[in-house]
Ligand binder design. Structure first.
Ligand code: PLP
Length: 433
């Protein structure tokens, strides 16, 4: 399968090139040239399949031409060493819990898949050159990618994160690992980190010296596998007799997660409509209202993994609907919430249902409370475990919550990071030497 750039000004590339390059040479994002519609028989029987079985079928649609079937099945099953259960929170509102992986956030799925696919491709072309993965994180990406790639031969990971803007629990998940993982603490915002990474990919001198790739959600190997759990969520709802008129609500930052859902929909998944739930970073919300896309500096919020002022995957959303605002707005509605609204939703939901939301999932829950219509089934993506934001969550709901053991393990390690300014020349110097 070939992958084209959303800017359409460079030739199409192979899967391995798209995965290693991350970003197209014209700064566009790669898209698969074909999005296969899965047959009716698959959906008729889907409620009898496990997440892993569903994922193998969906993965074939994208990667089946480029990865041997046995290897692909292994990559998928090894990636999904955990489940993504759908849980009823209250009447008509369900949570798709994506936090049962090793770093307790949905990004484990894409990061684990990408590490394994990259390893497969490196094994095929035994040039013996180290692949350097650069990843900017506003919190959860860094931990998912670092853990997904930890100890993988032939790969070195650099995690760039904004100093003082990620929670201590998030930070220890990528600064205490050692081995092939280097944490870089940037004196700036997440957008600065993202800019440093993008500039590195476009720097000729740097690329002549070392093999660089990205593990941000712009990478097709990270973003496409996120389609797996949309199918599984539908299967679970269908098994509960709630497979009709499903509205899927995605707490969104860089819009990789929701784009994977839109792709699942294009593959025939019967979802009625989508909601993109935003925090105070309301760029997409404003786009839906006005048809104009005006990136802004990101604003720091309680839901910090969604603090994005210029969502990378917006280009893919546009591409999927040929740039037509009215079509995009007919499939996706938007919401934007202040920190006070997020906190209130967390508190009320806990008091009324006993369900503990994290600040990101809370945006999804609240959006459904506001926009779900009679007869619809609402599903929001609970994108991280609340314990990842322990102090915030406990402060809001007024009750202690349990920290899962695998999270406690990270907190025992010693923090190691490299201090960096937000100036590209400093970052380049560091990598060159
Ligand atoms: C990354 C992240 C998001 C945003 O996902 P995008 O794919 O960037 O839209 C939402 N919630 C959590 C917990 C995250 O880590």
């Amino acid at each position: 399968m070939k992958y084209y750039s959303t800017n359409h000004s460079v030739p199409e590339v192979s899967l391995s090139e798209a995965v290693v390059k991350g970003l197209a040479a014209d700064r566009g994002l790669f898209m698969p040239e074909k999005i296969e519609r899965l047959p009716k028989s698959f959906f008729d029987n889907i409620e009898n399949l496990s997440l892993q079985d569903i994922a193998v079928r969906v993965a074939e649609a994208f990667f089946g031409e480029d990865v041997e079937p046995k290897a692909l099945e292994m990559i998928v099953r090894d990636t999904l060493s955990f489940d993504t259960p759908v849980v009823e929170v209250e009447k008509d509102i369900y949570s798709l819990e994506l936090f049962h992986g090793p770093t307790l956030a949905f990004k484990d799925v894409g990061a684990r898949f990408m590490a394994r696919l990259l390893q497969y491709f490196i094994g095929k072309n035994a040039e013996g050159k180290t692949v350097n993965v650069l990843v900017a994180t506003s919190g959860d990406t860094g931990s998912a990618v670092a853990n997904g790639f930890l100890g993988v031969d032939g790969i070195h990971v650099y995690v760039l994160y904004p100093k003082g803007k990620v929670s201590p629990i998030q930070e220890c998940q990528f600064t205490t690992l050692g081995k092939n993982i280097t944490a870089i603490e940037v004196d700036g915002t997440f957008d600065d980190c993202q800019r440093l990474v993008k500039s590195a990919f476009l720097d000729k001198e740097l690329n002549a010296k070392m093999l660089l790739t990205s593990a941000n959600s712009i990478n097709v190997a990270r973003f496409l596998p996120q389609a797996f759990y949309y199918f599984s969520a539908y299967a679970q709802l269908k098994a509960m007799g709630r497979g009709e008129d499903v509205v899927v609500c995605v707490p969104s930052g860089n819009f990789g997660n929701i784009t994977a859902g839109l792709i699942a929909h294009r593959m025939g998944l019967p979802i009625k409509r989508f909601i993109a739930a935003n925090n105070a970073n309301d760029i997409f919300y404003n786009y839906l209202q006005t048809g104009e896309y005006n990136p802004k500096a990101s604003i720091q919020t309680l839901a910090n993994a969604m603090d994005v002022g210029d969502p990378s995957n917006f280009a893919r959303v546009l591409d999927l609907y040929a740039g037509k605002h009215e079509v995009i707005a007919s499939w996706i509605s938007g919401t934007t919430f202040s920190d006070a609204e997020i906190a209130e939703a967390m508190k009320k939901c806990y008091e009324q249902t006993g369900y503990v939301l994290d600040p990101h999932g809370a945006c999804g829950y609240l959006a459904l409370k506001q926009l779900l219509k009679a007869g619809e089934t609402g599903l929001f993506l609970e994108t991280a475990h609340p314990a990842k934001f322990h102090d915030t969550v406990v402060g809001i709901i007024g009750k202690e919550i349990e920290i899962p053991e695998r999270l406690q393990e990270f907190m025992k390690g010693e923090k190691k990071s490299v201090a960096m300014t937000s100036d590209f020349s400093d970052f380049k110097n560091y990598l060159m030497n």
